[in-house]
Design a binder for this molecule. Structure first.
Ligand SMILES: *Cc1c(COP(=O)(O)O)cnc(C)c1O
Length: 395
């Protein structure tokens, strides 16, 4: 029997998922649960979504055969170029989808949380595109260390509100966003940036990102005569770029799925974000999943050199893929990722986001056959990370 790795009606993947939310949000979330699949499947919705992906985002993103990288690892490596999307990463696929849903539900105001600012920028972008008010919550510490993205959001017309509680980072920004949502359940739509949050967000975001694997199938068929690679490799913060790259392959067990988390300074150093190794079952941001927590359930502050992977949980689908063994979870340290990022610059003339560099670092830890087909999801470009590269390499 074919196994099912998608969400069931209540938003569960095995024991993970669900919707653990304050009662005030029930009507809002239930409406979204009832509407999202129906709305997404409407012809007029799909037409507008596909048109924007093509003309505004620049899709389909190329599937690029990386010749010199392939020679180095003695196999066939393709890069799925999400780095070439408008705003520089895969996140825009999801924010376009969600803003179209928000419009359909008659919402007048958008809120979002952001850590490094990438999801905030992608949300501010689509709000400008649609002429809808945008409020982004961001930890005060992140505001200080991600000034260029704060400026981008402001230029795009968004209001950036600092989260000043707790560690003043992503999880505090998320708490502020949820608080705002509770206070404005009628007119406000919450655009979540990864496959996390209460049902239907993990499934909804995965579906919006599934354009990635849909294109890979088509593009690989043309280039290799088969839709199916041997491996798909993607980095995992919350897990949305990986979920999109896996989506149409989940039931095809011939395609091996590799998820790469950030090990920070090392798994055992206490400065890491490798949730699948260090995490235990718990509830974060409205769903049951694996998360890094103390014995009494306090969330442990994650660490990675890459702000986009610096998240204490993973989406519930990834928790399930890990638990069932459908995906193999690996991790890369800061040092391994930075080295792999620089290697891609030198071998292919592509400066990757440091998040994506974690996926690249997995290549060195794997064994390939010469004619294996490896697809690596290059989730974003490295422009935003230039200062980190400069500091790290002393450029
Ligand atoms: C945000 C981000 C990620 C991590 O988010 P996922 O939801 O795990 O995909 C990875 N790569 C880039 C470039 C990002 O901006």
């Amino acid at each position: 029997m074919l196994k099912n790795y998608h969400a069931d009606k209540e938003g569960y993947y095995g024991e993970f998922g669900g919707a653990f939310i304050p009662e005030m949000l029930y009507p809002n979330v239930e409406k979204l649960q009832e509407e999202y699949i129906k709305a997404m499947q409407e012809v007029s919705f799909q037409k507008e979504f596909q048109q924007l992906l093509q003309d505004y985002v620049g899709r389909p993103s190329p599937l690029y055969f990386a010749k010199r990288l392939s020679e180095k690892y003695n196999t066939k490596i393709y890069l799925k170029r999400e780095d070439l999307n408008h705003t520089g990463a895969h996140k825009i696929n999801n924010t376009i989808g969600q803003i179209l849903l928000a419009k359909r539900l008659g919402k007048k105001r958008i809120i979002a949380e952001t850590g490094a600012g990438q999801h905030g920028v992608a949300t501010a972008t689509v709000c400008a595109l649609m002429g809808i008010q945008c409020v982004v919550f961001m930890g005060e510490v992140d505001i200080a260390r991600q000034a260029p993205n704060v400026a981008r959001m402001k230029m795009l017309g968004a209001e950036v509100i600092p989260a000043i509680s707790g560690s003043k980072t992503l999880k505090d920004a998320t708490n502020e966003a949820i608080r705002d949502w509770i206070n404005h359940p009628e007119d406000t739509f919450y655009i979540i940036g990864s496959v996390v949050g209460p049902h239907p967000y993990p499934d909804m975001v995965a579906r919006f990102q599934s354009v990635i694997s849909e294109e890979i199938k088509r593009q690989l068929k043309k280039k290799e005569g088969t839709e199916d690679p041997d491996y798909i490799i993607a980095c995992v913060g919350g897990g949305s770029n990986a979920a999109g790259a896996y989506f149409h392959y989940l039931e095809n067990e011939n395609v091996k799925l590799i998820a790469v988390e950030a090990a920070g300074k090392g798994i055992d150093t206490g400065e890491s974000a490798a949730t699948s190794v260090l995490g235990k079952e718990g509830i974060i941001h409205g769903s049951k999943t694996l998360l890094m927590q103390t014995d009494d359930g306090q969330i442990i502050e994650p660490y990675s050199i890459s702000a986009g992977l610096d998240y204490p949980g993973v989406g519930p689908q990834h928790a399930y893929l890990q638990r069932t063994g459908r995906a193999t979870f690996m991790n890369a340290t800061d040092d391994e990722a930075m080295k792999a990022g620089l290697e891609l610059c030198k071998l292919e003339g592509i400066i990757p986001a440091i998040e994506s560099a974690h996926a690249l670092a997995a290549l060195d830890k794997m064994e390939f056959e010469k004619d294996d087909i490896v697809v690596l999801n290059l989730s974003g470009r490295g422009d935003k990370d230039l200062n980190t590269y400069i500091d790290y390499f002393g450029l």
